[in-house]
Design a protein around this ligand. Sequence first.
Ligand code: HEM
Length: 358
Amino acid sequence: MPIFHISHFLNLNFKIKMGISNKVYGVVMMIVYCGLFVVSYSLFETGETRLTLDYYAKTCPNVLQIVRKEMECAVLSEPRNAALVVRLHFHDCFVQGCDGSVLLDDTITLQGEKKASNNIHSLKGFRIIDRIKNSIESECPGIVSCADILTIAARDAVILVGGPYWDVPLGRKDSTSASYELANTNLPSANEGLLSIISKFLYQGLSVTDMVALSGAHTIGMARCENFRQRIYGDFDATSDPNNPISRSYIEKLRSICPLVGKTGENNITAMDNMTPELFDSSYFQMLMRGEGVLNSDQELYSSLLGIETKALVKKYAADPIAFFQQFSDSMVKLGNITNSDSFVNGEVRKNCRFINT
Ligand code: HEM
């Protein structure tokens, strides 16, 4: 269970920093672990039991083919579309569970999640999901939830850029609500510390191993200057391998995309994996070992003094792409199984993913 993993991070460094005795430390940690265990276990339990692989076998037998065909068109026309959809699924599942809440537009009566701090100007791919939904509605109206469509589309996105396959459990319902507040608090951000990010994953029932493997999704896609400025004018040099320092030209390139002076170019973008930006592979982890992570949060997995276990996992996945693919698939299933228990009772199958049914 996740609680056992975090112990490595929290032991010595914290004790030394806080100057507390072993006994007090033990009691405090026990309370933290128990709290996280109870929350994550209950979220987890409600999720896994109700989803099945053949959920639409009778009601919409072609659903998987329709999603795959649409995703093929989307990724063929623009490979980054794969990254957009994978991130969209992640941001859906971390807020109220995977219930399509992220897809809802703002209306007079509903405040959506699209304008939350980690989504605004950044989260994209909504039109791809609209297109898939339209195709499915014309074949099996009112049957397939937007939350399920997004989960299948994320799996296909990964395959289409060279990543692993996994079976997708289905049967989610769409929420009739969204949470701007939870989107602001639950989603991790680029300049957040490692322990804080780990605790956000534990809260969702995901372990440190899940967190590191899922971060491997940054092997595709782009980041905006706003999210990597602090890193490239901060500890970029300090985290690089002294025997193999980062090339000046690479840092200069990033700095020209994202200038410090004048704070312009907030939306200028760079690939998070500078080796193979459009390919789902383990080069992201190799980059971290060279100190070339674009986001602070990425580099911390390898370079943080608190990241003994995360560093070992980065090394493992850098050296063994098969182990990375296997863990990534397992962790994506766990991510997709974070369900919204309220939606199972009060949820619906939206006709249009952007609006709740009237
Ligand atoms: C571990 C904590 C994580 C943090 C702090 C984080 C943060 C970020 C940030 C700041 C960006 C750039 C957004 C922008 O500048 O517009 C990004 C992009 C991305 N993230 Fe994460 N992320 C995390 C985990 C994940 C996970 C678990 C997944 C999926 C399983 C994921 C998938 C992606 C993808 C595919 C992109 C590229 C999107 C694009 O091209 O627009 N991330 N992430």
